[in-house]
Design a binder for this molecule. Structure first.
Ligand code: NDP
Ligand SMILES: CCCCCCCCC/C=C/C=O
Length: 329
């Protein structure tokens, strides 16, 4: 008999999540039936979507949603051998039983020297978000100037590096000087700390006096309005996230974007990465190749200990992470 530790949503978040909104519980797992396997989480992801999705899809007492890299510890399913690593979406659990249907083996050719945690970040859902958002929504082309916010995070850091590979000029904004230094180190042409500039409008204008062809928006709110006002004619805006609004108890009011949208004839499109689930393999193969070749650099913010999941999640929402926020069990 295996005992799993799980984190449940004890109380729906009101405003910014608190550690008291979560509860750690123990669950006895039954013996395996034919076709099933027992897995143990090795790395778990903490992601911004957990904040809005918990509100929309979860009830109090549910196990927190989420993905993990897990190792097969026992198998009665011939498709998965003991010791194999998979990406699963089984929520905040140390151990779980699966019938194998929704598990993804790591992409073929994953080098032994590459941390498997990257399957939750650059070579996982956030990397795919950057890849499809840039190619299919921003429709980036060589010579474009691309703006990305939350640029030192899991998605943003890949957006900037892919845009450089694609022959673009890249401007990134992040919330600390260390993050800005990192962006410059990984090849961003311009980067600034949006928390310390005296005027965001001026900082954006200085970074690209001619404006922006593409805006990959991870943040929303006031930042997005200011950036949209500086788009070039026919610019493309990908609405990837709106993290500055996820913790609002009262929805923010304008300013509104219709005037720049109209007179600059802009395109703005929201997207969810799962739209391209049928091209997952293509995206992961490309991302893995760039990582192995050293063309895309990865940074991770690793929190040790399953007991620290809520703290890691809250820390990520506060901006404590440089790169992908991951918990190592
Ligand atoms: N559409 C889709 O399919 C997907 C969308 N997303 C979205 O992409 C965005 C980035 O996600 P991800 O890369 O995983 O997370 P990150 O690794 O970027 O972590 C979140 C970052 O957001 C920044 N942030 C937090 N609060 C604010 C705020 N009020 N204003 C500005 N920045 C803030 C912080 O960085 P800083 O220090 O710079 O403030 C923090 O580090 C999120 O909005 C997420 O919801 C992610 C995956 C898929
Ligand atoms: C239980 C696994 C759920 C995985 C969902 C991943 C979709 C992310 C879409 C993000 C939207 C905004 O952040």
């Amino acid at each position: 008999m295996v005992t799993a530790r799980v984190w449940v949503l004890k109380k729906h978040f009101e405003g910014f999540p608190k550690t008291s909104d979560f509860e750690l519980k123990k669950i006895e797992l039954p013996n395996l039936k034919d076709g099933e396997l027992l897995l143990e989480s090795v790395f778990l992801s903490v992601d911004p979507y957990m904040r809005p999705y918990s509100q929309r899809d979860m009830k109090e007492g549910d196990i927190m949603i989420g993905t993990q890299v897990a190792r097969v510890v026992e198998s009665k399913n011939p498709a998965f051998s003991v010791g194999a690593f998979v990406v699963a979406g089984s929520g905040w659990r140390t151990h779980f039983i699966s019938d194998g249907k929704d598990l993804h083996l790591l992409p073929a050719g994953w080098p032994e020297s590459l941390s498997k945690s990257l399957a939750l970040g650059t070579v996982g859902m956030p990397g795919l978000t950057a890849y499809f958002g840039l190619l299919e929504v921003c429709k980036m082309k060589p010579g474009d100037t691309v703006l990305v916010n939350a640029a030192a995070g899991a998605v943003g850091s890949v957006v900037g590096q892919l845009a450089k590979i694609g022959g673009c000029k890249v401007v990134g904004c992040a919330g600390s000087d260390d993050k800005v230094a990192y962006l410059k180190k990984i090849g961003f042409d311009e980067a600034f700390n949006y928390k310390t500039v005296t005027s965001l409008d001026e900082a954006l204008r200085k970074a690209s006096p001619d404006g922006y062809d593409c805006f990959f928006d991870n943040v929303g709110g006031e930042f997005a309005y200011t950036a949209i006002s500086q788009m070039k004619k026919y610019g493309r805006i990908a609405i990837c996230g709106a993290i500055s609004q996820y913790n609002d108890s009262v929805p923010q009011k304008g300013p509104y974007v219709q005037i720049p949208m109209l007179f600059k004839e802009l395109q703005m499109e929201g997207f969810i990465v799962s739209r391209w689930n049928n091209r997952r393999e293509e995206g992961l193969k490309a991302l893995l190749k760039w990582v192995v070749e050293g063309k895309v650099k990865c940074h991770e913010h690793i929190t040790e200990g399953f007991e620290n999941m809520p703290m890691a999640f809250i820390g990520m929402l506060k901006g404590e992470n440089l790169g992908k926020a991951v918990v190592k069990v």
